[in-house]
Design a protein around this ligand. Structure first.
Ligand SMILES: CC(C)(COP(=O)(O)OP(=O)(O)OC[C@H]1O[C@@H](n2cnc3c(N)ncnc32)[C@H](O)[C@@H]1OP(=O)(O)O)[C@@H](O)C(=O)NCCC(=O)NCCS
Length: 176
């Protein structure tokens, strides 16, 4: 299991170690509490079980970032299954718990993700995000390139039912 030291420039404590590893079923409580807080424990368990099954089939992977035994970050990639698209993967559920944001955890998750994608023959990584949110900026900082925008493409079903443009991003993983 690989341990990373996170960006000390951001950190109050410089002794915090982060582990980036595949999700486990025993993460369910920590994952629900810190990442999938809009979902129930049962829904979170189902998310993990689906990820484990897809990983077993070789069609996806799901990583978490762990700090002191707590899951604080999450990232998933699903490999496209169409015969013409098997070199492409889609990024989902990139989330870092607010208390641990801006410490380089998303970048660590993403770096591991890139490596695993290439090992699995994935050359293009795609994702989309709500426009004019920090997520849009973060993807640009991580090196994603915008290739489209769907006006009003996202509508949140909760709270004020906010509407956002959907921004489409890609990254060529075998360049640079
Ligand atoms: C987006 C998110 C995952 C970023 O996680 P994070 O661990 O804070 O990100 P990092 O610290 O690794 O930062 C990665 C880069 O983005 C920048 N960044 C991070 N948060 C930012 C913010 N709120 N606004 C602008 N830039 C930001 C960092 O400066 C860094 O760039 P740099 O290395 O060039 O300086 C986190 O803010 C989050 O969970 N947001 C809510 C969910 C979400 O919007 N997910 C993305 C769409 S699904």
């Amino acid at each position: 299991m690989k341990t990373f030291r996170i960006k000390t420039s951001y950190m109050k404590s410089i002794n915090t170690n982060i582990t980036i590893r595949p999700v486990k079923i025993s993460d369910v409580e920590s994952l629900q509490k810190n990442i999938y807080s809009r979902d129930s424990l049962d829904q979170t368990r189902e998310i993990i079980n689906k990820s484990l099954e897809k990983t077993r089939l070789g069609t996806a992977f799901h990583l978490v970032a762990e700090v002191d035994g707590i899951v604080v970050g999450n990232i998933k990639v699903e490999f496209k299954q169409h015969v013409l698209e098997r070199h492409r993967g889609e990024l989902f559920d990139v989330v870092v718990n607010p208390r641990y944001q801006k410490k380089g955890i998303a970048r660590l998750l993403f770096n591991k993700c890139k490596k695993l994608c290439l090992e699995n023959g994935i050359l293009i990584l795609e994702t989309s995000v709500r426009g004019r949110t920090p997520g849009e900026t973060v993807y640009r900082r991580l090196g994603f390139i915008q290739y489209g925008r769907l006006p009003r493409g996202f509508k949140e079903p909760w709270d004020d039912e906010k509407i956002f443009d959907q921004i489409f991003f890609y990254m060529d993983l075998d360049k640079d």
